[in-house]
Each structure stands twice: as structure tokens, then as C-alpha cells.
Design a protein around this ligand. Structure first.
Ligand code: FEO
Ligand code: CA
Ligand code: CA
Ligand code: CA
Length: 494
């Protein structure tokens, strides 16, 4: 029976109730331990960054492997990170500290005999990517006037969600870069806004590798990058632009995926077509200066279109959506699940999850149909869907992102703190959410990722205590009882 219990995957659990407690709550029979915490020594003289988001595990060993973690932003918890208290300009030193705390971490992690995960500090893989790391540009905008001639840029930031490539590298979405660049740009150290808002590719398994920003995938507030392959072998990457009335995109490579050439396939992300979704006609419209004549009214090069993707998408009549967040591809039927988190401008407070089906189930198709798979609200039990992940049985795991300042007020009162939910995509309970986890006060659960074999679920606890105004009196003291500390946890059965 012991072995049997171990084989039980995550989807059989007793639902928890919404909670407002300052704890990470998981169902009866489950436990969590902290894999990595903000500020922790990761070896090589580096420290784990702030506000962990997307996590992505590499390797087939369920008990040890490399974990890539995004570090999205500083927010008003800068009072702990850099001492910045939200009045006036940051000092050069504060900017230096904040730049170090975003980007991402590569950590080698292992489960000990006692079942607890921790960082293997002397691993050669451990390293930080920060807002100071040199990153190469690829694709049509590389070296173009539209990026002021840059072939290499400084750093990555606003790294929200992401994805894994077919060749075992991580993709990281630069999301809300605008405010961050503004906060950190000074007359002495100006930052070029056109160098941010891209999809970044990192190779966590090659410690010497230089990350890349792939300009062919467009520049906008990239939530994520969900990769799959079409029927003729072209690589397809879906990405949402998380802002009110922004669009859903997909990139289709010109070349085809060759399994045996491994990481050389990265070049596929340098040449292809970027499409924006028109949900009215069910068409993918190419944001391509040759194929869509309307774009020539405003733009004279493909590089310009890619750097100004949002505006180009509107000109091409892409459909404005209610904040497209994460996108995931169903492991069984290949349909595309898109989280629309909310759009308070339109009175959409709870959000929806859209299921898009490409014609002929071919991800290279330029036509599609869609349905609303699930709607947030007090009846369904969740609100503001954000990150998505599938287990191998095809259950959808959804984290929610009710803004910290709106939690437990007004329309959001029934939901308690943010959470993690499971929604079956087939069977009698199709579309019905049950709650698996509840976040500490003012935290968001992000980056759900199953280890191989699905005995462990990695999860980020991001921005606990985000509404803290006095650092001596934080609104959350998770996880150690002193100050709030964003951390990555590993959840497993007891
Ligand atoms: Fe960083 Fe769209 O969540
Ligand atoms: Ca997100
Ligand atoms: Ca995801
Ligand atoms: Ca969000």
C-alpha cells in the first residue's frame, strides 16, 4: 500500500477551503518544504533573487535536477530589498541592488534522504542572470535602427512566466518592463526601453552560455512562451500580452524542428512569422510587412513592426482581450488554453479561461475556433486565473492573481487569499475547479511545475505581504515569522 500511495499523483486530493490566513495551506496528506528563499546563498558567491515566478525543472531524475526560476520584480517590498521606501528617486546603490534581485536563478536542487529539497551549493550549474547580464539579440531587429543598432543588450527584467523549449532550454517572458526601466533609468545610466519586452532564451544546462532575446517573437508585455510543434515540423510559440485590451500572439518558425541537432534548433526562433489572433474571424493575422499591407502605412521594416508589436497588432486588427496571461497546450488533444485574468475596465472582475482549437489540430494553421472553458466567479470558486500547468492526465492547474490591494474586499471577498486550483478537462467534472492550495497574506502562487513522475510540484510563493507600509510591521511574516520572504516550495505527499 505504501508503494501505491507513492504512485498516487496530485489530482486526488481533498479540496481545501478559501482562507485568509498567513500560511501556505495544502490539502490533508500533503506537505511542502522550502527549496529556495530570496537572499539565500546559492553558491558561486551568488544569492537567490526576489519575487520568484516561473519555475522550470530540467532532467529526468525525479529527485535531483536543475531548476530555472524567474525573478519578476521588486514592488513595494523594495523596503526589504534595497531600503527604497517609495518616495523620490532611488539612489544609485538602491538601483544596483534592485537590478541584482531580478532576472532569474539557475539552481541545482536535490531531495535528501529525509525527503527535503535543497540547493546543492557547490554545483557548477548555479548562477544568476540579472538586469546586468549581457544578452545577445537575435532575429530581424538585431542591429536594426529600431533597437538603436544594438546586437547585445544589458540585462533582463520583469521576468514573469515562461516555458521550456523542445531542446531543453528555458524561455522567460519580459512582462511589465516599462515601469521598471523608468525607475532605474538615470541621466548617468540611461536604459534603452527597446531592449526590454522580449522573450529571453536561457540555457541552464550550459553555465557558460550567453542568454538570447529573440526579436522575431515580438516585443510586448510577454507573460509567457508556450512551445509546441506543428504538423510539418515548424516550431510554434504562443504568448500573451498581459495588459487591458492587449492581444494573443503566436510565432511559427520558417524552418522545421530536427530532434537530433539539439540546441541548434534555437535558430528556429530567429526566422518565422509572428501572428496576432483575431477572435472575431477566427484567424491568425501575420504581423509581416510583406503579407499584411496595412502595416506598410506605418512601418518601413519588419524590425520596426517587431519592436512596436502592440501598435502593429492593433493596425492589423488583432482582437483586444481581457489581459491574456499564461498559455498552455493540452498534453492529450493539443488545444490551447489561455488565461484571461480580468479587465476591470470592462467590468470583467473574475476572468475566464479560453480554449482555442486550431483547424485540423495543426498549430501551424491560420484559422481556429474557441470556447470559454471556465469562468471565474463565486460559483466556480476561483477568480483572476493567471499561471496554468497541465499534469499528464490532462488536468489543468491554475493559480489565481487577485491584486494584493483588492484581496478580501468587494467582489473578491468570497475567495480569501490567492490560490492554486485543479480543473479537469474531461469527464464528469470537466471545467469544475477545486482548490488545492491557499497563499499567505497578499501573496500570489506562481510558476507551478511538476517534477518528472509527478510526485513533486514546484511552486513559487511571490510577493507575500505586498501591501506592507511599515517594514517593522509587515502584513505577512511568511515563511519564518519575521519579514515576508518570497520562496520556491516543493509540494509532495506526506
Ligand atoms: Fe506577471 Fe501577468 O503576471
Ligand atoms: Ca503571471
Ligand atoms: Ca505555465
Ligand atoms: Ca498576474
Amino acid at each position: 500500500p505504501n508503494v501505491e500511495r507513492q504512485r498516487q499523483r496530485f489530482h486526488q486530493f481533498r479540496a481545501i477551503r478559501p482562507s485568509t490566513r498567513d500560511q501556505l495551506i495544502v490539502p490533508q496528506g500533503f506537505q511542502y518544504d522550502i527549496v529556495a528563499t530570496w537572499g539565500e546563498d546559492i553558491g558561486n558567491g551568488e544569492k537567490f533573487g526576489f519575487n520568484n515566478d516561473f519555475t522550470c525543472y530540467f532532467g529526468n531524475n525525479p529527485n535531483e535536477g536543475v531548476l530555472w526560476v524567474n525573478h519578476e520584480y521588486i514592488g513595494n517590498l523594495g523596503m526589504y530589498v534595497s531600503g527604497y521606501m517609495g518616495e523620490g528617486q532611488r539612489t544609485a546603490e538602491q538601483i544596483r541592488i534592485e537590478k541584482y534581485n531580478v532576472g532569474g536563478s539557475v539552481i541545482y536542487i536535490r531531495k535528501t534522504d529525509k525527503g527535503k529539497w535543497s540547493i546543492v551549493r557547490d554545483s557548477r550549474y548555479n548562477r544568476r542572470i540579472t538586469a546586468n547580464t549581457p544578452i545577445n539579440l537575435t532575429g530581424p531587429a538585431r542591429g536594426s535602427e529600431a533597437v538603436n543598432g544594438a546586437t547585445q543588450v544589458i540585462g533582463t527584467l520583469a521576468n514573469c512566466s515562461g516555458g521550456k523549449t523542445l531542446w531543453n532550454t528555458a524561455l522567460s517572458g519580459e512582462e511589465n518592463y516599462e515601469g521598471t526601466v523608468k525607475n532605474w533609468s538615470t541621466p548617468e545610466n540611461p536604459m534603452d526601453i527597446t531592449h526590454y519586452g522580449w522573450i529571453v532564451e536561457i540555457d541552464p544546462l550550459d553555465p557558460k552560455s550567453t542568454p538570447k532575446k529573440h526579436t522575431a517573437l515580438g516585443r510586448f508585455a510577454h507573460e509567457n512562451a508556450a512551445m509546441t510543434v506543428g504538423k510539418s515540423g515548424r516550431v510554434v510559440v504562443y504568448s500573451g500580452d498581459d495588459a487591458n485590451d492587449q492581444c494573443v500572439y503566436k510565432f511559427v518558425s520558417d524552418g522545421t524542428y530536427q530532434r537530433d541537432t539539439g540546441k541548434q534548433n534555437s535558430q528556429l526562433l530567429e526566422k518565422g512569422t509572428l501572428y496576432v489572433a483575431d477572435f472575431g474571424s477566427g484567424r491568425w493575422i501575420p504581423l509581416d510587412i510583406e503579407k499584411t499591407p496595412a502595416l506598410r502605412e506605418k512601418y518601413s521594416s519588419q524590425a520596426e513592426i517587431l519592436v512596436n508589436t502592440r501598435d502593429a497588432a492593433k493596425l492589423a486588427k488583432g482582437t483586444p482581450m481581457d489581459r491574456p496571461e499564461d498559455i498552455e497546450i493540452h498534453p492529450v488533444d493539443g488545444s490551447v488554453f489561455i488565461a484571461l485574468t480580468n479587465n476591470t475596465k470592462h467590468g470583467n472582475y473574475y476572468g475566464q479561461i479560453v480554449r482555442l482549437v486550431e483547424d485540423n489540430n495543426n498549430h501551424e494553421s491560420t484559422t481556429f475556433v474557441y470556447e470559454i472553458f471556465a469562468s471565474g466567479g463565486p460559483q466556480s470558486g476561483f477568480a483572476c486565473p493567471d499561471n496554468l500547468a497541465f499534469d499528464t492526465a490532462g488536468n489543468l492547474w491554475v493559480t489565481t492573481d487577485i491584486s494584493s490591494d483588492k484581496l478580501n474586499t468587494g467582489a473578491y471577498k468570497p475567495f480569501g487569499n490567492n490560490g492554486l486550483f485543479m480543473i479537469p478537462t474531461s469527464g464528469a467534472n470537466r471545467g469544475k475547479a477545486t482548490q488545492f492550495a491557499s497563499a499567505p497574506v497578499q501573496a500570489e502562487l506562481t510558476g507551478p511545475w511538476f517534477a518528472p513522475g509527478e510526485q513533486t510540484l514546484f511552486l513559487s510563493v511571490q510577493h507575500p505581504g505586498e501591501e506592507t507600509e511599515d517594514p517593522r510591521n509587515p502584513t505577512s511574516r511568511w515563511p519564518r515569522g519575521d519579514i515576508p520572504r518570497p520562496s520556491v516550495v516543493a509540494i509532495s505527499r506526506k
